[in-house]
Design a protein around this ligand. Structure first.
Ligand code: NAD
Length: 319
């Protein structure tokens, strides 16, 4: 078996390779060839930690395995990342373990790839202003992947604590784009594409702040109770997600579903757009809303690609 430690993963895979792995597995899901198994997530009653498993199998890509990990709020004080995860891949022919792979960077890469896939397939082709709501650990990964999807001319961003926006300004600078820290009214008035990436338990972006034609990727809500946009917003938009069951239970759409404003039938898996079963955006004025809840198959697809790259570069340890 192989071990790919967290420390060797940065730089193993290009953003484009991550993008293609995630796009392909969303397509597999839409064809019914790949599925995510029920998620387990439990409070440990120790160190305030949340811990769980996400697992699945892709019959087309033959990725079988799980991501195990969770959230340890005390880690930051120890100089560690609060979110910790590890990916386990198994041989689909025999069930034998194939690899253990650090999951922290892969989580950021596959999450950024998901919103990027949504932008590629759902944003207006002429989108020029990219907006980010949130400036935590995931946000720079999100912005880098998003900026490659359209010919953006400007980046605007908002964070509760504006002093943390320097990281996003630096990413805009990498792309040679002007950057502005703005309030949410200005952000919505300017943006063609908005990514929300918050760990908030109350809505932050309001319906009145979003203009027609915007594409929004809500990427932060992955647990019951979390929320990034006003409950009414999904009722005004065309709805897409990675996996419908997750979107309506632990994703951003949980609130609009509970309020009776939308139904599960109104939510389209992004994979259906990728394989051409659904047209995606059908008008310039439509607001498209992608709820990226994060599924195991993204981790397995990117994990498998990382493993192949690590083997090819001699960076995978053999046990
Ligand atoms: P982080 O803790 O580094 O950053 C959190 C951000 O949310 C900060 O910008 C903070 O200011 C903001 N925030 C928190 N509470 C807020 C509130 N009440 N109002 C306004 N802003 C608020 O977190 P991160 O690692 O960047 O992750 C962001 C979110 O994405 C988390 O909820 C995490 O669980 C989620 N996540 C989702 C996926 C997925 O696949 N969808 C993957 C990884 C992480």
């Amino acid at each position: 078996m192989y071990i790919v430690p967290e420390a060797v993963i940065a730089g193993l895979l290009s953003r484009d390779e991550c993008f293609r792995a995630v796009e392909a597995v969303f397509a597999s899901m839409a064809r019914g060839a790949a599925r995510n198994f029920p998620v387990i997530r439990e409070a440990l009653g120790y160190a305030d930690a949340l811990y769980g498993f996400k697992s699945g199998f892709d019959r087309e890509g033959l990725a079988l395995g799980l991501k195990s990990g969770g959230f340890w709020p005390g880690n930051a004080a120890k100089g560690l990342t609060n979110h910790q995860s590890t990916i386990f891949l198994f041989d689909a022919e025999s069930g034998q373990i194939r690899a253990v792979i650090g999951g922290n960077r892969i989580t950021a890469l596959r999450t950024a790839a998901a919103s990027a896939v949504s932008i590629r397939h759902l944003a207006r082709p002429d989108a020029e202003v990219m907006a980010v709501v949130g400036a935590g650990h995931q946000s720079a990964f999100q912005l880098r992947a998003a900026l490659e999807q359209r010919r953006f001319r400007r980046v605007v961003a908002w964070n509760r604590d504006p002093s943390r926006l320097a990281g996003l300004a630096a990413v805009a600078d990498e792309f040679g784009l002007p950057f502005a820290a703005v309030d949410l009214d200005q952000l919505g008035a300017e943006a063609d594409v908005i990514i929300t990436i918050l760990s908030s338990f109350a809505p932050v972006l309001r319906v009145a702040q979003v203009r027609p034609g915007t594409h929004i990727a809500c990427m932060g809500t992955d647990t019951r109770g979390k929320q990034e946009v006003e409950t009414a917003l999904p009722g005004r938009a065309s709805l897409f997600t990675d996996e419908v069951l997750q979107a309506i239970t632990i994703g951003e759409f949980q609130h609009a579903i509970a309020a009776g404003l939308v139904t599960a039938e109104a939510v389209t898996p992004l994979g259906a757009v990728i394989i051409g079963e659904h047209p995606g955006r059908v008008s310039e004025e439509e607001i498209t809303l992608f709820d990226g809840t994060g599924v195991a198959l993204q981790d397995l697809a990117v994990g498998a690609a990382v493993l192949e790259a690590a083997i090819a570069k001699g960076l995978a340890l053999t046990v």
